[in-house]
Design a protein around this ligand. Structure first.
Ligand SMILES: N[C@@H](CCC[C@H](N)C(=O)O)C(=O)O
Length: 284
């Protein structure tokens, strides 16, 4: 067992929030002031849409000395992700409401990220500058990031997590399950990769569908939208400030000097408690 969940596994179970950003859905666990209960087995059990709660990512809020809080991200296959843009907005919304501040910092595997209330129910996050060297994406060996030597000539960008971006004429014509799963495991990506398929609609608008590392199609991917905007801007196809139209809705992406800013909604759906037997079944 990676963490001690004994304080959380009492008769009342483990409290969690269900949230989403454009249909990219999350379970959020607040582990501040207590041991982090999450193990790979618990992430898989919670992430099971039939026997658990179901999520695209699990976000765990932890105490942090230098920022409002630290946040860890888990995929539903039990793997970890350093970055998750949509979940950062969701956790940011909770922390902003709790503090009453208009802006604050959170620590993630991606580094310290600025989160701000953008008004109209929207949250804005600086996802940091893109990683544009082969070893920081990371790729398996030294090479140019764009185009990669993969059929379709995608471009790569890192946002704390790896992204492989295909620019295609018609995003709806792509079988993203088949191509996404194959590219996720391409040996060019030693840590596997998220896979984005992007259609440029005009210089300020792109349409994107995504296969996320961890083995799933999701309605939206915040870090993927940042990476897609970076790749299309570097190719000269778009401005650095674009709207990304995802299956779940629109994200505003603005690649500025200080990083890639992402603006979008963060929705609280419900609060729940995980039954102790589910925790026990996951070995927690
Ligand atoms: N949905 C997220 C990205 C999630 C992480 C990804 N599956 C990975 O393993 O890198 C987002 O909104 O950025």
């Amino acid at each position: 067992m990676d963490g001690d969940s004994s304080r959380l596994a009492g008769p009342e179970g483990l409290r969690f929030l269900k949230m989403h950003g454009l249909g990219n859905d999350f379970v959020v666990v607040d582990a501040r002031g207590r041991p982090d209960p999450v193990t790979p087995a618990l992430a898989r059990a919670l992430g099971d849409r039939h026997r658990g709660v179901g999520f695209d990512q699990l976000a765990v809020i932890r105490d942090d000395a230098g920022t409002a809080a630290a946040v860890d991200f888990w995929n539903s296959d039990g793997s970890r992700a350093a970055a998750c843009g949509n979940a950062t907005r969701c956790v940011g919304r909770l922390l902003l409401a709790e503090s009453g501040a208009a802006g604050l910092d959170v620590r993630t595997g991606r580094g310290i990220l600025r989160v701000e209330d953008a008004g109209n129910g929207l949250i804005r996050v600086n996802m940091g500058p893109p990683e544009l060297s082969w070893d920081r994406v990371p790729l398996a060996r030294e090479m140019a990031l764009d185009p990669l030597p993969i059929a379709g000539g995608p471009g790569a960008a890192g946002m704390g997590n790896p992204h492989c971006v295909f620019v295609v004429p018609d995003v709806n014509a792509v079988d993203i399950c088949v191509r996404g799963a194959a590219v996720e495991h391409d040996p060019l990506f030693p840590e596997r990769t998220n896979v984005e398929f992007v259609q440029v609609l005009d210089r300020r608008t792109i349409r994107m569908r995504v296969w996320e590392r961890g083995g799933m199609v999701t309605f939206a991917c915040g870090s993927g939208a940042c990476a897609a905007a970076v790749v299309t801007a570097r190719r000269g196809l778009t401005e650095r400030n674009v709207t990304v139209k995802l299956d779940g809705g629109d994200l505003g992406i603005d690649w500025r000097e200080d990083g890639v800013w992402m603006t979008g909604p963060a929705t609280l759906v419900f609060e729940g408690r995980l039954a102790p037997e589910i925790l026990a079944g996951a070995g927690a």
